[in-house]
Design a protein around this ligand. Structure first.
Ligand SMILES: Cc1cc2nc3c(=O)[nH]c(=O)nc-3n(C[C@H](O)[C@H](O)[C@H](O)COP(=O)(O)O)c2cc1C
Length: 201
């Protein structure tokens, strides 16, 4: 039986996250990198959608998207966001909260280069989160772009790139018998250290 012990757990939550993330990958879970991203609209309504984690390190959690999408517009006004991972087969949840900033243009371009060509065309073709009159409009645009680029390299659109969430709260949750689950909360302190507390399930 797995136990989360606040006295023995990693002092650095990113280290602990990486252990769990690697275990989720090793367990062949479907989309272990899928995370729910919650943002807040200007009138204070929370809104959430799935995105994929593309990088995680001491600087934070990185995902890529369209900079004119609803989420990007919300993050421009209110940069605070929350992520949730749920790895069902491992009975584990991770909640992450913090402030989001755009990744450097070079970082976005470097990642864009690694994407399949269809996804690169899709990034140019889709005005993400806008109303479109029909699916055909999108398909037509993608078709035209594919012809236009022919076999030329496709540049990263200026309105596409990454966001990095720099965490100041991370909670690890592990189910236990009788609903007496383990919940370990890390909170970042002004001096850069993390406090570790146990929460009631
Ligand atoms: C499993 C999964 C992964 C997704 N990954 C991404 C992603 O990495 N980036 C992205 O922009 N949208 C991704 N999407 C689509 C988003 O959930 C969402 O539809 C889109 O980003 C528009 O959101 P918005 O209108 O709130 O900005 C993903 C959807 C699913 C179901």
């Amino acid at each position: 039986m797995e136990v989360l012990d606040e006295k023995r757990i990693e002092r650095d939550p990113i280290k602990h996250f990486k252990i769990w993330f690697d275990e989720a990958i090793a367990a062949n879970l479907p989309m272990p990198d899928a995370m729910s991203l919650a943002t807040v609209t200007p009138d204070g309504r929370p809104t959430a959608r799935m995105v994929l984690l593309k990088q995680v390190d001491a600087d934070g959690f990185v995902f890529f998207t369209n900079y004119q999408s609803s989420k990007a517009k919300q993050l421009e006004i209110n940069p605070y966001a929350a992520l949730v991972f749920y790895w069902a087969q491992l009975d584990r949840q991770v909640r992450v909260e913090g402030k989001v900033t755009k990744t450097a243009a070079e970082e976005s371009a470097a990642y864009f280069k690694t994407r399949p060509r269809e996804s690169q065309i899709g990034a140019w073709a889709s005005p993400q989160s806008e109303v479109i009159s029909a699916r055909e409009v999108l398909e037509q645009r993608a078709h035209e772009l594919a012809q236009q680029y022919c076999d030329r390299e496709i540049d990263c659109p200026a309105n596409w790139g990454g966001f990095r969430l720099t965490p100041d709260r991370i909670e690890f949750w592990k189910s236990r018998i009788g609903r007496l689950h383990d919940r370990i909360l890390y909170e970042l302190q002004p001096d850069g250290t993390w406090t570790i507390k146990r929460l009631a399930p």
